[in-house]
Design a protein around this ligand. Structure first.
Ligand code: ADP
Length: 426
């Protein structure tokens, strides 16, 4: 499966999951609403009983309501309108209290009427007919019906109950909506920055690739030209020409390193490996570096212990990696450069150590030196040319050999880079 197809599939899974979450949430909401309705009906059942009980007997409230529905103004010495209003309010308060006792806090109205549809008493506030959605008629017994000698019905009316149920569920719906939005936002943001970064990395790699290819040809030509010149020149200028040659070689090495790094990037971290004795390569490498060291007045000490170093490795990459460490040891030491190069076997591993007496690395920077493009920014390090690629390359090569690399260093005391590679076992 290619990358693009994979991305499309991931994207589809992402969209389906988000839609899935939204549907599940919607279903939860519906179940919640239904449960709220069932609960409301249960509560109303209890409330209706309590209201019935409260209104069946003769008490202060039913006495007052009784006076209002029989239009009897003799007892209270008030106008019959005042008696009506007062009983309407008191009955309203009584009903409100009974509803509240069951936890029902929504608006309601009521009508007290007889079977023959005479209306006796209305709540202080009343809705238009179309607003009243849900009605709970309560048939009254006892005191009040006996006063008018008719069957009396107290009807409770509720409007907009859905809104009320939703308001009860608000504590759940709003947070879940918010969480879905947050997840969406975060995922989109992560995806966006991921693609942006990936683009940037690809562009950078392409740029480095092109640049190094462009540099390779002229450097190669200079190399050949200087080689020819070296053969032809007299003794007087020989030193100058050989300096040009050695510097061109160095430049060639650097370009090679960058190119290798870029190509490693493209190849999904795959390199060819063969089972070989790596010891001769190490000895060659030491020989070359010794020559350079004597030219540059570097105190170079090397020790290679043990017999054959059988590794399953890519010697070309490993040599460039070790050379990078030696180059660094030289580069990051100011004067009286002393480099100790040790190779030995320990617990089925080949240990390669490069130790210098240079400027050292702080604890914080130690964690970073293997990162691509990282260079220690303090002091005069930038007088030394570099791109922050060397150690990253070394680490990747070591990793591709299932090895480990670590650094021991202290500011001003020098550094030691230690590579450990597993020896080949049949
Ligand atoms: P470059 O040398 O091209 O900058 P490297 O990846 O080789 O890149 O090294 C990264 C950084 O680690 C260097 O810039 C330097 O600051 C630090 N460093 C590497 N080797 C040494 C060393 N032997 N001593 C001190 N600092 C070092």
């Amino acid at each position: 499966m290619n990358g693009k197809k994979f991305h499309i599939i991931i994207f589809i899974i992402f969209i389906i999951s988000i839609i899935g979450i939204a549907i599940v949430q919607y279903q939860y909401l519906r179940i919640g609403l239904n449960l709220a309705k069932v609960q409301f009906n249960q509560k109303m059942g209890l409330t209706v009983n309590e209201i019935k009980e409260g209104l069946d007997q003769s008490n202060e409230l039913t006495f007052l309501v009784g006076k209002a529905i029989t239009k009897d103004d003799t007892y209270f010495k008030l106008s019959i309108d005042s008696v009506y209003d007062a009983s309407s309010y008191f009955l309203n308060d009584f009903l409100k209290e009974k509803l509240l006792q069951q936890g029902i806090k929504t608006e309601f109205t009521y009508t007290l009427y007889a079977k023959d549809s005479t209306e006796y008493l209305l709540s202080p506030k009343s809705y238009n007919n179309e607003d009243a959605l849900l009605k709970y008629p309560i048939v009254l017994d006892g005191y009040l019906p006996s006063l008018v000698e008719k069957r009396l019905i107290l009807e409770l009316q509720f409007k907009n109950l859905n809104k009320y149920f939703l308001s009860q569920l608000n504590g759940l719906t709003i947070p879940s909506l918010l969480f879905i939005m947050t997840i969406l936002f975060v995922i989109i943001w992560v995806l966006k920055s991921f693609y942006w970064q990936k683009n940037l990395i690809t562009i950078t790699n392409e740029f480095i690739n092109n640049l190094t290819h462009e540099l390779k040809t002229p450097v190669f030509s200079i190399g050949i030209a200087s080689k020819i010149l070296e053969e032809k020149t007299d003794n007087e200028n020989k030193e100058l020409v050989s300096m040009i040659r050695s510097q061109v070689d160095k430049l060639k090495n650097q370009i090679e390193k960058v190119l290798e790094l870029a190509s490693l990037e493209g190849k999904n971290n795959f390199i060819d490996k063969n089972v070989i004795d790596f010891k001769p390569d190490i000895l060659n490498l030491i020989n070359d570096f010794k020559q350079l060291a004597s030219l540059e007045k570097i105190n170079f000490v090397s020790e290679v212990k043990g017999d054959a170093y059988i590794l399953k490795c890519n010697s070309y990459h490993l040599e460039i990696a070790i050379n990078s460490l030696l180059e660094n040891a030289k580069k990051y030491t100011k004067d009286n450069v002393k480099i100790i190069f040790l190779v030995y076997k320990e617990d089925n591993n080949l240990i390669i150590s490069v130790k210098d007496n240079g400027i050292g690395i702080s604890d914080n920077d130690k964690k970073m030196v293997f990162e691509k493009y990282f260079r220690v920014s303090s002091g005069d390090v930038h007088k030394v040319k570099g791109y922050g690629l060397g150690l990253n390359y070394v680490k990747r090569i070591v990793k591709l050999h299932k090895g480990k690399i670590k650094v021991k260093s202290e500011i001003g005391q020098g550094s030691e880079f230690i590579i450990s590679l597993p020896l080949y076992k049949k």
